[in-house]
Design a protein around this ligand. Structure first.
Ligand code: ZN
Length: 283
Protein backbone atom coordinates (compact mmCIF):
# COMPACT_ATOMS: atom_id res chain seq x y z
CA UNK A 1 0.00 0.00 0.00
CA UNK A 2 1.20 3.45 -0.87
CA UNK A 3 2.06 5.57 2.16
CA UNK A 4 0.26 8.85 1.92
CA UNK A 5 1.70 10.75 4.85
CA UNK A 6 5.03 12.53 4.53
CA UNK A 7 6.75 13.46 7.79
CA UNK A 8 9.36 16.12 8.48
CA UNK A 9 10.69 18.66 10.98
CA UNK A 10 9.64 22.28 11.56
CA UNK A 11 12.97 23.91 10.79
CA UNK A 12 16.47 22.49 10.53
CA UNK A 13 17.00 19.12 12.20
CA UNK A 14 18.79 19.21 15.55
CA UNK A 15 21.46 16.85 14.23
CA UNK A 16 22.16 18.95 11.13
CA UNK A 17 25.15 21.32 11.19
CA UNK A 18 25.52 22.20 7.51
CA UNK A 19 24.17 25.05 5.41
CA UNK A 20 20.41 25.34 5.14
CA UNK A 21 20.55 25.18 1.32
CA UNK A 22 21.66 21.54 1.68
CA UNK A 23 19.30 20.56 4.48
CA UNK A 24 17.22 18.28 2.25
CA UNK A 25 20.23 15.97 1.71
CA UNK A 26 20.17 15.37 5.45
CA UNK A 27 16.37 15.01 5.63
CA UNK A 28 16.46 12.44 2.84
CA UNK A 29 19.39 10.53 4.35
CA UNK A 30 17.63 10.02 7.67
CA UNK A 31 14.52 8.82 5.84
CA UNK A 32 12.08 11.73 6.11
CA UNK A 33 10.12 13.25 3.20
CA UNK A 34 9.12 16.77 4.26
CA UNK A 35 10.78 19.95 5.50
CA UNK A 36 9.39 23.25 6.67
CA UNK A 37 11.56 26.32 6.32
CA UNK A 38 11.02 28.63 9.29
CA UNK A 39 10.84 32.33 8.48
CA UNK A 40 9.07 32.85 11.79
CA UNK A 41 11.40 35.67 12.88
CA UNK A 42 11.62 37.35 9.48
CA UNK A 43 12.09 36.44 5.83
CA UNK A 44 15.88 36.70 5.60
CA UNK A 45 16.92 34.16 2.95
CA UNK A 46 18.39 35.53 -0.30
CA UNK A 47 17.02 34.61 -3.70
CA UNK A 48 20.08 32.54 -4.71
CA UNK A 49 19.93 30.51 -1.50
CA UNK A 50 16.20 29.95 -1.79
CA UNK A 51 16.66 28.70 -5.35
CA UNK A 52 19.47 26.35 -4.22
CA UNK A 53 17.36 25.02 -1.38
CA UNK A 54 14.57 24.36 -3.89
CA UNK A 55 16.91 22.44 -6.23
CA UNK A 56 18.25 20.40 -3.34
CA UNK A 57 14.70 19.57 -2.20
CA UNK A 58 13.72 18.50 -5.71
CA UNK A 59 16.80 16.28 -6.04
CA UNK A 60 15.90 14.56 -2.76
CA UNK A 61 12.14 14.48 -3.42
CA UNK A 62 11.45 16.43 -0.23
CA UNK A 63 8.12 18.26 0.09
CA UNK A 64 8.91 21.81 1.24
CA UNK A 65 6.71 24.35 3.00
CA UNK A 66 7.48 27.70 4.60
CA UNK A 67 6.23 29.24 7.83
CA UNK A 68 5.78 33.01 7.45
CA UNK A 69 6.74 35.45 10.25
CA UNK A 70 4.87 35.40 13.54
CA UNK A 71 4.56 39.18 13.27
CA UNK A 72 1.60 38.99 10.96
CA UNK A 73 -1.73 40.33 12.11
CA UNK A 74 -4.30 40.66 9.34
CA UNK A 75 -7.01 41.82 11.74
CA UNK A 76 -4.87 44.56 13.33
CA UNK A 77 -6.44 47.89 14.31
CA UNK A 78 -3.59 50.00 12.94
CA UNK A 79 -3.10 50.52 9.23
CA UNK A 80 0.69 50.40 9.46
CA UNK A 81 0.56 46.99 11.18
CA UNK A 82 -1.78 45.73 8.47
CA UNK A 83 0.54 47.03 5.76
CA UNK A 84 3.62 45.45 7.31
CA UNK A 85 1.74 42.16 7.72
CA UNK A 86 0.76 42.15 4.07
CA UNK A 87 4.37 42.99 3.10
CA UNK A 88 5.71 40.05 5.11
CA UNK A 89 3.30 37.68 3.41
CA UNK A 90 4.27 39.04 0.00
CA UNK A 91 7.96 38.43 0.87
CA UNK A 92 7.09 34.93 2.07
CA UNK A 93 5.24 34.15 -1.15
CA UNK A 94 8.18 35.29 -3.30
CA UNK A 95 10.61 33.15 -1.29
CA UNK A 96 8.16 30.24 -1.44
CA UNK A 97 8.10 30.47 -5.23
CA UNK A 98 11.92 30.37 -5.37
CA UNK A 99 12.07 27.42 -2.98
CA UNK A 100 9.22 25.56 -4.59
CA UNK A 101 7.40 25.56 -1.24
CA UNK A 102 3.91 24.15 -1.69
CA UNK A 103 2.42 25.99 1.30
CA UNK A 104 2.96 29.36 2.99
CA UNK A 105 1.76 28.89 6.55
CA UNK A 106 0.74 31.93 8.60
CA UNK A 107 -1.23 32.89 11.70
CA UNK A 108 -4.17 35.06 10.60
CA UNK A 109 -4.24 37.52 13.51
CA UNK A 110 -5.71 38.49 16.87
CA UNK A 111 -9.22 39.46 17.93
CA UNK A 112 -8.08 42.33 20.21
CA UNK A 113 -11.07 44.68 20.62
CA UNK A 114 -13.06 43.07 17.82
CA UNK A 115 -15.68 40.38 17.95
CA UNK A 116 -14.62 37.19 16.14
CA UNK A 117 -16.87 38.12 13.19
CA UNK A 118 -15.37 41.63 12.93
CA UNK A 119 -11.81 40.29 13.18
CA UNK A 120 -12.52 37.74 10.46
CA UNK A 121 -13.96 40.47 8.27
CA UNK A 122 -10.86 42.66 8.73
CA UNK A 123 -8.66 39.68 7.95
CA UNK A 124 -10.52 39.01 4.71
CA UNK A 125 -10.16 42.63 3.67
CA UNK A 126 -6.40 42.45 4.31
CA UNK A 127 -6.19 39.27 2.24
CA UNK A 128 -7.86 41.08 -0.65
CA UNK A 129 -5.07 43.69 -0.42
CA UNK A 130 -2.49 40.92 -0.26
CA UNK A 131 -3.83 39.31 -3.42
CA UNK A 132 -3.72 42.64 -5.26
CA UNK A 133 -0.10 43.18 -4.20
CA UNK A 134 0.95 39.71 -5.32
CA UNK A 135 -0.73 40.29 -8.63
CA UNK A 136 1.19 43.53 -9.13
CA UNK A 137 4.50 41.75 -8.33
CA UNK A 138 3.64 38.98 -10.78
CA UNK A 139 3.79 36.23 -8.14
CA UNK A 140 1.56 33.46 -9.44
CA UNK A 141 2.49 30.10 -7.94
CA UNK A 142 1.57 30.19 -4.31
CA UNK A 143 -0.79 28.62 -1.82
CA UNK A 144 -1.36 30.40 1.46
CA UNK A 145 -2.19 28.11 4.33
CA UNK A 146 -3.70 29.89 7.36
CA UNK A 147 -3.15 27.82 10.48
CA UNK A 148 -5.53 26.81 13.26
CA UNK A 149 -4.06 28.82 16.15
CA UNK A 150 -3.45 27.73 19.73
CA UNK A 151 -4.54 30.71 21.80
CA UNK A 152 -8.09 31.81 22.40
CA UNK A 153 -7.06 35.42 21.76
CA UNK A 154 -6.02 34.52 18.21
CA UNK A 155 -8.16 34.46 15.11
CA UNK A 156 -7.92 30.91 13.79
CA UNK A 157 -10.52 28.45 15.04
CA UNK A 158 -11.16 25.53 12.70
CA UNK A 159 -14.37 27.22 11.45
CA UNK A 160 -12.57 30.50 10.80
CA UNK A 161 -9.77 28.79 8.89
CA UNK A 162 -12.33 26.96 6.75
CA UNK A 163 -14.18 30.19 6.04
CA UNK A 164 -11.00 32.02 5.01
CA UNK A 165 -10.06 29.18 2.66
CA UNK A 166 -13.58 29.12 1.18
CA UNK A 167 -13.35 32.83 0.44
CA UNK A 168 -10.18 32.95 -1.67
CA UNK A 169 -8.40 31.13 -4.46
CA UNK A 170 -4.82 30.07 -3.63
CA UNK A 171 -5.81 29.18 -0.06
CA UNK A 172 -5.72 25.81 1.73
CA UNK A 173 -5.93 25.07 5.45
CA UNK A 174 -3.12 24.20 7.84
CA UNK A 175 -4.38 21.99 10.63
CA UNK A 176 -2.37 22.15 13.82
CA UNK A 177 -3.99 19.38 15.84
CA UNK A 178 -2.18 20.37 19.04
CA UNK A 179 -3.49 23.92 18.67
CA UNK A 180 -7.06 22.70 18.21
CA UNK A 181 -6.57 20.53 21.29
CA UNK A 182 -5.17 23.45 23.36
CA UNK A 183 -7.80 25.95 22.20
CA UNK A 184 -10.46 23.41 23.07
CA UNK A 185 -8.87 22.77 26.49
CA UNK A 186 -8.09 19.16 25.77
CA UNK A 187 -10.93 18.46 23.31
CA UNK A 188 -9.19 15.73 21.29
CA UNK A 189 -9.48 12.42 23.11
CA UNK A 190 -9.63 9.81 20.38
CA UNK A 191 -10.50 8.73 16.85
CA UNK A 192 -14.02 10.24 16.88
CA UNK A 193 -12.66 13.69 17.57
CA UNK A 194 -10.20 13.42 14.69
CA UNK A 195 -12.90 12.17 12.35
CA UNK A 196 -15.07 15.13 13.34
CA UNK A 197 -12.29 17.54 12.35
CA UNK A 198 -11.64 15.78 9.05
CA UNK A 199 -15.36 15.56 8.25
CA UNK A 200 -15.74 19.27 8.89
CA UNK A 201 -12.86 19.97 6.52
CA UNK A 202 -14.37 17.77 3.86
CA UNK A 203 -17.80 19.39 4.24
CA UNK A 204 -16.33 22.89 4.04
CA UNK A 205 -13.57 22.37 1.51
CA UNK A 206 -14.59 19.23 -0.31
CA UNK A 207 -11.72 18.86 -2.72
CA UNK A 208 -9.17 18.01 0.01
CA UNK A 209 -8.28 14.37 0.09
CA UNK A 210 -9.46 13.35 -3.32
CA UNK A 211 -6.03 13.25 -4.79
CA UNK A 212 -6.15 16.88 -5.85
CA UNK A 213 -5.04 18.43 -2.62
CA UNK A 214 -2.66 17.68 0.21
CA UNK A 215 -3.60 18.37 3.81
CA UNK A 216 -0.85 20.28 5.62
CA UNK A 217 -0.67 19.49 9.36
CA UNK A 218 1.35 19.93 12.50
CA UNK A 219 1.67 17.61 15.40
CA UNK A 220 3.23 17.95 18.87
CA UNK A 221 2.29 17.12 22.44
CA UNK A 222 1.03 20.29 24.02
CA UNK A 223 0.48 21.80 27.45
CA UNK A 224 -2.30 24.35 27.75
CA UNK A 225 -4.04 26.70 30.16
CA UNK A 226 -7.51 28.24 30.00
CA UNK A 227 -6.12 30.74 27.49
CA UNK A 228 -4.87 27.97 25.23
CA UNK A 229 -1.40 26.84 24.17
CA UNK A 230 1.40 27.05 26.74
CA UNK A 231 4.29 24.73 25.82
CA UNK A 232 5.26 22.01 23.34
CA UNK A 233 6.41 18.65 24.68
CA UNK A 234 8.20 15.66 23.16
CA UNK A 235 6.28 12.70 21.80
CA UNK A 236 7.13 10.32 24.64
CA UNK A 237 5.46 12.63 27.20
CA UNK A 238 2.11 10.96 26.74
CA UNK A 239 0.57 12.74 29.73
CA UNK A 240 0.16 15.60 27.29
CA UNK A 241 -2.24 15.23 24.41
CA UNK A 242 -3.42 15.02 21.80
CA UNK A 243 -3.07 11.28 21.09
CA UNK A 244 -1.11 10.34 17.96
CA UNK A 245 -2.18 6.84 16.92
CA UNK A 246 -5.89 7.66 16.44
CA UNK A 247 -4.88 10.56 14.19
CA UNK A 248 -2.74 8.33 11.99
CA UNK A 249 -5.55 5.79 11.80
CA UNK A 250 -8.13 8.45 10.95
CA UNK A 251 -5.93 9.82 8.16
CA UNK A 252 -5.38 6.32 6.86
CA UNK A 253 -9.16 5.70 6.88
CA UNK A 254 -9.76 8.88 4.87
CA UNK A 255 -6.97 8.06 2.44
CA UNK A 256 -5.89 11.69 2.34
CA UNK A 257 -2.51 12.79 1.10
CA UNK A 258 -1.05 14.51 4.13
CA UNK A 259 2.06 16.23 5.38
CA UNK A 260 2.73 16.10 9.11
CA UNK A 261 5.32 18.57 10.29
CA UNK A 262 6.70 17.68 13.70
CA UNK A 263 6.84 20.60 16.13
CA UNK A 264 7.99 18.81 19.27
CA UNK A 265 11.33 19.92 20.80
CA UNK A 266 12.90 16.75 19.29
CA UNK A 267 11.97 17.72 15.69
CA UNK A 268 13.42 15.08 13.32
CA UNK A 269 13.78 12.45 16.04
CA UNK A 270 10.05 12.61 16.82
CA UNK A 271 9.17 12.94 13.13
CA UNK A 272 10.90 9.59 12.61
CA UNK A 273 9.04 8.11 15.58
CA UNK A 274 5.72 9.31 14.13
CA UNK A 275 6.66 7.83 10.77
CA UNK A 276 7.53 4.53 12.46
CA UNK A 277 4.15 4.44 14.19
CA UNK A 278 2.45 5.15 10.88
CA UNK A 279 4.37 2.39 9.08
CA UNK A 280 3.43 -0.02 11.89
CA UNK A 281 -0.20 0.41 10.87
CA UNK A 282 0.56 -1.45 7.63
CA UNK A 283 1.99 -4.52 9.33
ZN1 ZN B 1 2.39 28.31 13.25
Amino acid sequence: MKTKIKFGPAGNPIGFNGQTVNVCDYIHNIGLEAYEYQATYGVRIQKQSALKLGENALKNKIRVSIHAPYYVNLSAQKDDVLERSVQRLVQSARVAEWMGAYRIVFHPGFYTKYTPAQALDRCKRAITMLMEDLDSFGVKNFTFAPETTGKRSQLGSLDEIIEICQSFDHFAPTIDFAHIHARGRGCIKGADDYHQILDKLEDGLGEIGHGKEILHCYFTRIEYSDAGERKHHVLMEKEYGPPLEPLLEALLDCGWDTTIICETPFLEKDALLMQQKYQNLFR
